[in-house]
Design a binder for this molecule. Structure first.
Ligand code: GDP
Length: 290
């Protein structure tokens, strides 16, 4: 997908567009990256969605730490918010997701039945930051079965409703929102997971950040994948990057070694990892049952 340059004017326009489209939908599917459930959130999302029914999808859950995903799912759940974890590239996971979607919107259908409306499609739209998997999700869920379901106010010309099945219709174009890139730590997490284009950062900076993170949370996976001994796998991180570069047979090409490490982590070849640790956000999401 093309790089998107976010300027204040663009941000305001994107927000307005999504708010306009939201008027035409019954519920919004907010995609977040399961490895960074907080950092992949749009800073104004709660305000943009308001009290509309929301389903947060922790996408790319195949790449995230399952124990952390469980905690996030529980922590993010709210009165008008359901949370599901998903690997959008897996057809079986998509099948399960459809069933879950049906179950969590059952109350909506019952409400309509009581009002005497026999059958009504639940209209959904997808929102999320760039690269979180919106197109993949839409394509998998709809199997590209594009069908006109009728026009609604707020739906921009050229957009259409895709009927997923007898219960759901989805707006074919997702709402693209920006992440919180003003925060440096968040920026590094976005870069490491591939949400920000590679040209926006120095790979050795991100590799050093990755080494520190892996050593803190997944030290044995790091040692195993990179063939490092316990003595070698320790700070200072620039020395560790030098050792890794040599071990990879890349002499003093730290940039190449950095790119390798970033790619390995992004593609889940070191371990399924979660960069936003739920315990660091307990103050925000603390619930009695946790
Ligand atoms: P968009 O910019 O939000 O529309 O994101 P895309 O749908 O283009 O996906 C961005 C990248 O993430 C692509 O390389 C997808 O193959 C990949 N991707 C999307 N969903 C998943 C997922 O659930 N798991 C994994 N491993 N990769 C995914």
């Amino acid at each position: 997908m093309a790089t998107i340059q976010w300027f204040p004017g663009h941000m305001a326009k994107a927000k307005r567009q999504v708010q306009e489209q939201l008027k035409a939908v019954d519920a919004v599917i907010e995609l977040r990256d399961a490895r960074i459930p907080e950092s992949s959130k749009n800073p104004l999302i709660d305000h943009i969605i308001g009290n509309k029914r929301r389903i947060i999808v922790l996408n790319k859950s195949d790449l995230a730490d399952p124990a952390q995903t469980k905690l996030w799912m529980k922590g993010l759940k709210g009165q008008e918010t359901d949370v599901l974890a998903l690997d959008s590239k897996n057809p079986n996971a998509i099948k399960r997701f459809r069933k879950d979607l049906l179950a969590i919107t059952q109350d909506e259908r019952e409400k309509w039945l009581k009002k005497g409306m026999k059958h009504k499609l639940i209209r959904l739209m997808v929102v999320g930051i760039p690269n979180v998997g919106k197109s993949t999700f839409i394509n998998q869920l709809t199997q590209k079965k594009i069908a006109q379901v009728g026009n609604k106010p707020g739906v921009t010309k050229g957009q259409q409703w895709i009927q997923i099945d007898k219960d759901f219709a989805l707006l074919d174009t997702p709402g693209i929102l920006w992440p919180k890139f003003e925060d440096e730590e968040v920026g590094k997490r976005l870069a490491l997971t591939g949400a920000i284009k590679d040209t926006h950062y120095y790979s050795d900076d991100i590799a050093l950040f990755a080494l520190e993170f892996l050593l803190d949370y997944y030290p044995s996976a790091l040692r195993e994948r990179c063939h490092l001994t316990e003595e070698e796998a320790c700070p200072p991180y620039p020395d560790l990057l030098m050792t890794l570069t040599e071990k990879l047979g890349m002499k003093d090409d730290y940039e190449r070694a950095s790119d390798w490490l970033i790619r390995e982590l992004r593609e889940g070849r070191i371990a399924p990892v979660t960069l936003d640790r739920f315990e660091d956000y307990l103050m925000v999401y603390e619930k009695e049952e946790i």
